[in-house]
Design a binder for this molecule. Structure first.
Ligand code: CU
Length: 165
């Protein structure tokens, strides 16, 4: 029974982390990856996900590549005198035993000069490269941006206790 359970865990792990290379990539699980559905004709869009680090050392994501885009960059949003601007960053660090969120208005993977026009439900392969040279390729489905819209007001999210169901 114990062996069966380990096998099941192994299968689950390999499903969750396709194309995992040895090293830092092994410690990272990618949760809820998605690509924002861009308006028709838009040449760029963003990819979002949560990087969960199971290891006891911080893991910097240092590169991203997607065949769907000519250029793939790591970006952050910064508040520049009240104006939110995007800026390229060298790394996005997943803290030890923690996670970092790539989400609208914050860190994201920028897909620039798209080679294909993405439609809702398409899968976009993105290869994430980590500081030690290991990498992991994930499939991120294209989703409408409304699902990613940050909640109005409170940045901490919606308070469901006040909602009438
Ligand atoms: Cu960007």
């Amino acid at each position: 029974m114990k062996i069966l359970l380990s096998l099941a865990a192994l299968v689950l792990t390999s499903l969750a982390t396709p194309a995992a290379a040895a090293g830092m990539a092994d410690q990272i699980s990618v949760v809820d990856p998605r690509v924002r559905l861009a308006p028709p004709g838009a040449r760029a869009t963003g990819a979002f996900m949560t990087l969960r680090n199971a290891g006891d050392k911080a893991i910097p994501l240092v590169s991203a590549a997607a065949t769907a885009a000519s250029i793939t960059e790591l970006h952050n949003h910064i508040n520049d005198g009240g104006v939110m601007r995007m800026r390229q960053v060298k790394e996005i660090v997943a803290p030890a035993k923690g996670e970092v969120l790539l989400k609208p208005g914050s860190y994201h993977v920028m897909l620039i000069d798209m080679k294909v026009s993405l439609r809702e439900g398409d899968q976009v392969a993105i290869t994430l490269g980590f500081a030690d040279g290991s990498s992991k390729t994930i499939e991120a489905p294209v989703k409408k941006p409304t699902a990613d819209a940050p909640p109005k007001g409170d940045m901490g999210g919606m308070d469901h206790s006040k909602m009438k169901h």
